[in-house]
Design a protein around this ligand. Sequence first.
Ligand code: PMP
Length: 299
Amino acid sequence: MTPRYAYMNGKIVPWNEAQVHVFSPVVRYATAVFESIPGFFNDGQINVFRLDDHLRRLDYSQKLMRFTGIEHDIKEGIIEIVKMSHPQDDVLIRPMIYLDGESLGGSIGSTGPGSLAITVCSVPKNVFAESGCRIQVSNWTRISDNSMPARIKATANYQNSRLAEMQSRHDGYDGCVLLNTLGHVSEGPGQCFAILRDGVVITPDISSDILESITRDTIIKLAKADNIVVEQRNITRSELYTADEAFYCGSTSAITPVVEIDGLPVGAGVPGKITSRLKNLYKKATTGETNPEWLTPIK
Ligand code: PMP
C-alpha cells in the first residue's frame, strides 16, 4: 500500500510531495546512502530493531562518501514519521541521505549538506517461499572494496545487485549469490549468506565484499549464545555444493533457507534443522522474548 506521508528535511509531507530535482547530484550520480530498518508491530507499537546499530552504519556510509552532514536529527525524524504513519503491521523504515538541488556545474565531487528523507513502508510479503529458495552462483562479480565498497549502504552499489538479480530471475532461479573479485563467496543481491557444514555456521567474513549486515551480526550473536559454532572466513565455490544447509539473511527476508544451488540440492534439499533453529531464535529476538535491549519501541 502506498504510504500517506514521507519525512523530508524536518517536515512531514504528503507522499506525492516527496520529490527531488531531476538535475540533482543524487539523480545524476547516485550520491545517496540509506538504511532499511525493520520495525516489528507488537501490541499496538512498533519495535524498531537495533536502531542505533543501523544509524551507526548510516554514519559510516556518509563518512565514506565524504558527505558533510545533515541539519536534522535522524532518530527524531524516524520517531515522527513512524507515529504519523500509524502502522498496523511490520514495517521497513528507510532513512536516506542524498545530495539534492540542481547540479548545473556538473561536479561529481559535491559533498553536501545532505538532505534527509525517511519513509515507512510495509514489508514486502513472501519475498521467498517458506519452503526455501533455489539460487544460482551469479556470473556477475561482486563490487570490490577498492572500487565501490560493498560495506556501506550506498544506492549506487545496487546496480551490481540489480544485474545479478535480473540474471537469476531470467535464468529461472529465486535468487543468487555473488563471488567477489578473488572468487570467494560474498553475498546475495540484498542479503547476506551462510552455509552449514558439520553443524558449523560458516559465513563470509567482513572483508569478503559484503554489507556489514545487522541481521548477520544478530545471527552470529544468537548462534554463539546457543552454543552453535560460527566461522567467519572465505568460502570457496565448491563448498557451496558440499554444504549441509544454507541460508540467506537480511532485514527484509529474515532467515530464508536456501535448498538448491546451481541445480544441486543443499543437503537433503529441504530447509535444514539448524537454519530453522536460528530462524526461531531470530523471531524471539525480534519480538523481545530475548534481547529486549535490541528493540526501540515507538507508540
Ligand atoms: N547485503 C546487502 C547487499 C543488502 O542490501 C542487505 C539488506 N540491507 C543485506 C546484505 C542484509 O543487511 P541487513 O541485515 O542489515 O538488512
